[in-house]
Design a protein around this ligand. Structure first.
Ligand SMILES: NC(=O)c1ccc[n+]([C@@H]2O[C@H](COP(=O)([O-])OP(=O)(O)OC[C@H]3O[C@@H](n4cnc5c(N)ncnc54)[C@H](OP(=O)(O)O)[C@@H]3O)[C@@H](O)[C@H]2O)c1
Length: 277
């Protein structure tokens, strides 16, 4: 069985890899920092064969890099049991990526949309395959603005993050609808409030706030539990398209259940990535 995971070099992603490595024959570490991945593999190699881990360079803020990463995986394997779209976070206000999109939108949602669609042929060929999207309870604060089709409006960090995490849930539900009949399941989750490098790009007030909250946060090892649960439980025992927290089915916001919104997001995301699909 093969696993592919984004954001494998830090926090929840790294703990997910540590916990799942023994269950998988190959783990594709989809990462933006190859050096960091290399030293992570050195750590993992104390317990596992190095050859189990394949570094796949991928900057989610660059769609050409995402397409290249997917193509590398497509040439290296003919099956994929689980794709974990874990990378993401909250970033300073209003910065645009080289592709011209607000970075929180692209890193948390659009890059993963492209990666997932490109890897679909592998998931389609694999028994009990699943896609796991790491969302957040922050989605409840979303105020989606899909009419700003390029997502270049002047977004503040937190609203942009809340919207992106809502998109993770909408995307999951669309995937379940569109690929459920092909026996690919899709799940999303809230990992908890977790002590990781989350918010690490900030300085000043926001950084101080995160530091103050850290004693109340759970460890990254605990934060990885729901992802691990979804990666290891047979699809027959899980609800396709479901939102999970604490390894149980949870109820997302009513906006997250909007069919018209998820259709709109799907069409928009397809349009924004069409050059690479
Ligand atoms: N921590 C929480 O309380 C919390 C709560 C709810 C949801 N979440 C979600 O959990 C997920 C994991 O976050 P975390 O808490 O583990 O934070 P983290 O420690 O900051 O990990 C984020 C990961 O995303 C990667 N990443 C960031 N920008 C990227 C880019 N442009 N291209 C490729 N990879 C990129 C980072 O790469 P590097 O290793 O190179 O930095 C890192 O591995 C995120 O989706 C986050 O929104 C976290």
């Amino acid at each position: 069985m093969k696993l592919a995971i984004t954001g494998a070099t830090s926090g929840i992603g790294a703990e997910t890899v540590k916990a799942l490595a023994s269950k998988f024959e190959t783990v594709f570490l989809i990462v933006r920092n190859e050096k960091k991945a290399d030293s992570f593999i050195n750590e993992l190699a104390k317990e596992h064969s190095r050859t189990k881990f394949v570094i796949v360079p991928c900057d989610l803020s660059d769609l050409s890099s995402v397409a290249k990463a997917a193509n590398k995986i497509l040439t290296e394997t003919d099956s994929l049991y689980a794709l974990v779209n874990n990378a993401g976070g909250i970033f300073p206000d209003g910065k645009l990526t080289g592709d011209g999109f607000e970075q929180t939108f692209q890193i948390n949602h659009l890059g993963h949309f492209l990666l997932t669609l490109k890897l679909m042929p592998l998931l389609e060929k694999t028994e009990d395959a699943r896609i796991i999207n790491v969302s957040s309870e922050a989605h409840r604060a979303a105020n989606p603005k899909l009419d700003d089709s390029k997502h270049v409006g002047n977004y503040k960090s937190f609203p942009a993050y809340a919207n992106a995490k809502l998109y993770n849930i909408l995307f999951t539900k669309s995937l379940a609808e569109k690929y459920g009949s092909k026996r690919i399941a899709s799940y999303c989750l809230h990992p908890g409030v977790v002590k990781t490098n989350f918010g690490g790009d900030f300085s000043g007030f926001f950084k101080a706030l995160i530091k103050l909250a850290q004693p109340f946060m759970i460890t990254a090892e605990k934060g990885a539990k729901t992802t691990i649960y979804l990666a290891t439980t047979p699809n027959d025992s899980l609800e396709n398209g479901g939102y999970f927290a604490k390894s149980r089915r949870a109820k997302p916001s009513s906006t997250a259940n909007s069919k018209s919104l998820r259709e709109k997001l799907w069409v928009l995301s397809q349009d924004l990535t069409k050059e690479y699909l």
